[in-house]
Design a protein around this ligand. Structure first.
Ligand code: PLP
Length: 401
């Protein structure tokens, strides 16, 4: 008889955004004339930059000619032209990487989930709460012990390490989804020191690094001394350059990152990951890699920065509205997310329904990201400016009453 992975039975039946979509569908069916503004799912709304589209077309054209056709990519880890471009980008904020340390993928979510393959199931996993769901879900599927570090109002939604508690694998995300908080260099140094002391590995999710405007804030964990001995970084072009539907990201595994196996041998994490990928992943399509490389050209940077500035303008408007209403929040600066305290002590699903029913604005209930999200709510700045302005107008009218 077939046996399923019973760890799935311990999980909530639906992924958070499926629950939201269901409520939304019911509301739309019952209220077909209402104009809903979606500020829930963190998907972008602006199109790809022209320079990116051109590069993708050129890549596709090359595949259509005998002389330039390409089949499987030899390494499956990304073409050198893209890995060199990414290494050059890291250099621009002071991080030196070998191209071989960069692995191109089809988005950060895949690697955030897949990385569990190379670590034993008896590791203790530490996740900050609230968190982007894939860290908890992928480890729950593998039946691992997960412990939590609280991110809450008291610590400004920046969970810090507790030296009296041991963890083997630590997931950190900065700028954070959902809270929009960003670790300072000093705070990240504490995490790196903790990991080095405990012999742990940090999986650092930098999917929103491009939204950091304060030059003092670290855009990569590798800005921190010692991190190459204890960290893996995952990043994505989804929010940086509108690749949510195009799919391209990258994972950085430093050459010097090793772990001692039970037989005493020193094992390279990079080699383990290569072995895993060699068996289970055949690389990212050539036109998409061409498009991704275009993001890192001077013109690509200029054009994609314009889109980021557009979303930042939305975030500023949202932050000003909440300031005006006297509502507490984190994020909005150096982040496309605003994490606000539900007014009048409402629960986060209660506030979700309140906004949907009264002003047809959809956000994400904080509780969906972990227990510390109770009473908090996430709004994204990825909408159009017009919709954001309209949503903020409606919010002001509703909450001023
Ligand atoms: N990491 C974080 C924190 C995210 O919020 C997201 C997407 O919303 C991802 C990773 C995954 O991005 P993608 O798979 O589109 O690269």
């Amino acid at each position: 008889m077939v046996k399923i992975n019973e760890n799935f039975l311990t999980m909530k039946k639906n992924y958070l955004f499926i629950d939201i979509a269901k409520r939304l569908k019911k509301y739309t069916e019952e209220n077909p004339d209402k104009q809903i503004i979606k500020m829930g799912i963190g998907d972008v709304t602006l199109p790809l930059a022209p320079v990116v589209v051109e590069a993708m077309k050129k890549g596709a054209d090359e595949l259509g000619k005998k002389e330039t056709f390409k089949g499987y990519e030899d390494s499956g880890t990304g073409y050198d032209f893209l890995k060199d471009a990414i290494a050059g980008y890291y250099k621009s904020f002071g991080v030196s990487l070998n191209s071989s340390e960069i692995r191109v993928n089809d988005g950060a979510k895949s690697d955030c989930g897949n990385i569990v393959d190379i670590f034993g199931d008896d590791n203790v996993i530490l996740v900050t709460d609230p968190a982007y769901p894939v860290y908890v879900d992928s480890n729950t599927m593998a039946g691992r012990k997960i412990i939590y570090a609280d991110s809450n109002e008291e610590n400004g939604f920046a969970a810090m390490p507790d030296k009296s508690v041991h963890a083997d694998i630590i997931y950190l995300c900065s700028p954070n989804n959902p809270t929009g908080s960003v670790y300072t260099k000093a705070q990240l140094k504490e995490w790196v020191d903790y990991a080095l002391e405990q012999g742990s590995i940090i999986i650092f999710d930098a999917a929103y690094e491009a939204f950091i405007t304060d030059p003092e804030l670290p855009r990569s964990i590798f800005c921190i001394e010692g991190a190459k001995k204890c960290a893996i970084e995952m990043c994505s072009l989804s929010k940086t350059a509108g690749f949510t539907g195009t799919r391209c990201g990258y994972t950085v595994i430093p050459d010097e990152l090793t772990v001692t196996a039970s037989d005493g041998s020193e094992v390279s994490i990079s080699q383990l990951w290569s072995r895993r990928q060699g068996s289970k992943f055949n690389g990212v399509s050539y036109p998409v890699q061409c498009a991704a490389a275009a993001v890192f050209t001077p013109e690509g940077q200029k054009q994609t920065r314009e889109a980021i500035a557009y979303y930042q303008r939305n975030a500023k408007l949202m932050a000003e509205t909440l300031d005006d209403l006297g509502i507490k929040y984190t994020g909005g600066i150096n982040s496309p997310y605003i994490w606000l305290k539900c007014p009048n002590n409402m629960g986060s699903w209660e506030f979700f329904d309140y906004l949907l029913n009264n002003i047809q604005v959809v956000g994400t209930p904080g509780e969906g990201f972990g227990k510390n999200g109770a009473g908090w709510f996430r709004l994204t700045a990825f909408g159009t400016y017009e919709n954001t302005a309209e949503a903020m107008k409606r919010l002001k009218e509703l909450l001023r009453k």
